[in-house]
Design a protein around this ligand. Structure first.
Ligand SMILES: Nc1nc2c(c(=O)[nH]1)N[C@H]1C(S)=C(S)[C@@H](COP(=O)(O)O)O[C@H]1N2
Ligand SMILES: [Mo]
Length: 401
């Protein structure tokens, strides 16, 4: 049975395929305010359809936004890709692959995929969103990958509980962190390997998953074949891909990716004044509510003289979607949208509404999500120097003609 779920053959992507990843199909306008806004797309990346190429090495591939209008789940071949280092295995032998569990444990493990897949399975939908999703919309602009809104995706993940694997190894008393590493390597000799940690209690919450299926199929290589961590409700920096090493630590994890990178201001909404310095920081962790209208592109023309049907997607962050409201008057008044099927609290949720006949001229539509935790998106823009956690209401400008 496991042979059906994971290919016995190696998954291979050649250097030539990676190099040709930059071949442009068309240009897409991401409507980024502070600089170049056009990006090329490519279909040349292995196991991927048309993707926006933000960077070729390491691959940073953005999902064209219209994909989010096509369904509540993001197809694997359109799912965004982000790696920190360019040295990614182009071939994985699923038979030879082992997941190590070591460090402050009673019994170190080296698990084959077959052994891992004998553990009880869990499955749920969850949004994988980069901490820097929508960074390119920050004003003033901040350095980093200038993503539009497509550094996110929603999938149904299948795997085993991280808890079950950790309990097999037996975490010893005094453990303070569980650290995860993948098969990718730094390109430069002294570059810090990409490692992320969770608290032992979080790691053992029964929800954090070692996933081997994404939307019912083996993970695409660029999304972490054969195994990745899924940390539902948390930003994807913790969702370590090509997961090969789990190390239980008896001291805090002070590696670069925990202590220096992926930190946000310790202020309400992670917001500081542009140029601010010397503020305390904390690691970025939980996601917050967001919503987007997907039925219309920025600047689209819609017909005057008839009601306007709109639809979109929302996420609650670390909770479900309780409500989505829409406004055509800059947020003075709101109408409730109809929510689509509930696919679970960590999933995207669709919404739609038919708005009263809009007046001719420019029309700005706003959508606002409220999570089941009672958090509502705000109109106030967020700014921080790393361009993380963008979550304000996103205006969509249309022309009624
Ligand atoms: N091994 C490994 N896992 C990783 C990363 C990485 O560089 N190496 N990047 C993380 C970050 S910051 C993001 S946004 C997600 C991207 O997941 P995706 O490429 O499947 O969309 O992978 C995460 N897991
Ligand atoms: Mo990320």
């Amino acid at each position: 049975m496991t042979g059906l779920l994971l290919p016995r053959r190696s998954v291979l992507i050649g250097a030539a395929a990676i190099a040709s990843g930059a071949q442009a199909q068309r240009m897409v306008d991401l409507h980024l305010p502070g600089g170049p806004s056009q990006r090329p797309t490519s279909r040349a990346w292995p196991q991927k359809g048309e993707m926006i190429v933000q960077r070729a090495r390491p691959p940073l591939l953005e999902t064209p936004f219209e994909v989010f209008d096509q369904g509540v789940f993001t197809p694997n071949d359109r799912f965004f890709v982000r790696w920190h280092w360019g040295d990614i295995p182009t071939s994985i032998d699923a038979k030879a692959f082992r997941l190590a569990v070591r460090g402050h444990v009673a019994t170190p493990l080296s698990l084959s995929l077959d052994e891992l897949m004998k553990l009880p399975r869990i499955e749920y939908a969850a949004v994988n969103q980069c901490s820097g999703n929508s960074r390119g919309l920050f004003e003033p602009r901040v350095p980093g990958a200038e993503w539009g809104h497509g550094a996110m995706g929603n999938a149904r993940w299948t795997g085993v509980r991280l808890k079950d694997v950790l309990d097999r190894a037996g975490i010893r008393p005094g453990a303070v962190a569980v650290r995860f590493g993948g098969l990718d390597q730094p390109l430069v000799p002294d570059g810090p390997d990409f490692l992320k940690s969770l608290d032992p209690d979080h790691a053992r919450d029964g929800e954090v998953m070692i996933a081997f299926l994404q939307n019912g199929a083996p993970l695409p290589l660029l999304n972490g074949f054969p195994l990745r961590l899924v940390v539902p409700g948390w930003f994807s920096t913790y969702w370590v891909k090509m997961l090969s090493d789990i190390e239980v630590l008896a001291q805090p994890d002070d590696n670069f990716w925990m202590a220096k990178a992926y930190r946000i201001p310790d202020t309400p909404g992670a917001n500081v004044q542009p140029g601010a310095k010397g503020f305390a920081t904390v690691p970025i962790t939980r996601m917050v509510p967001r919503s987007w209208i997907t039925s219309h592109a920025e600047g689209a023309h819609v017909a005057a003289g008839k009601p306007l049907a709109v639809r979109g997607i929302a996420m609650g962050g670390d909770a479900g979607v309780k409500a989505v409201d829409l406004s055509v008057d800059g947020g003075r008044s709101w109408v409730a949208a109809r929510l689509g099927r509930d696919e679970g609290k960590y999933s995207f949720r669709r919404f739609d509404a038919v708005l009263a006949q809009p007046a001719r001229g420019d029309l700005t539509l706003l959508s606002r999500c409220t999570s089941t935790a009672g958090v509502t998106q705000s109109m106030d823009p967020i700014w921080n120097p790393s361009g993380y956690l963008r979550s304000q209401i996103e205006p969509l400008r249309l022309v009624v003609a």
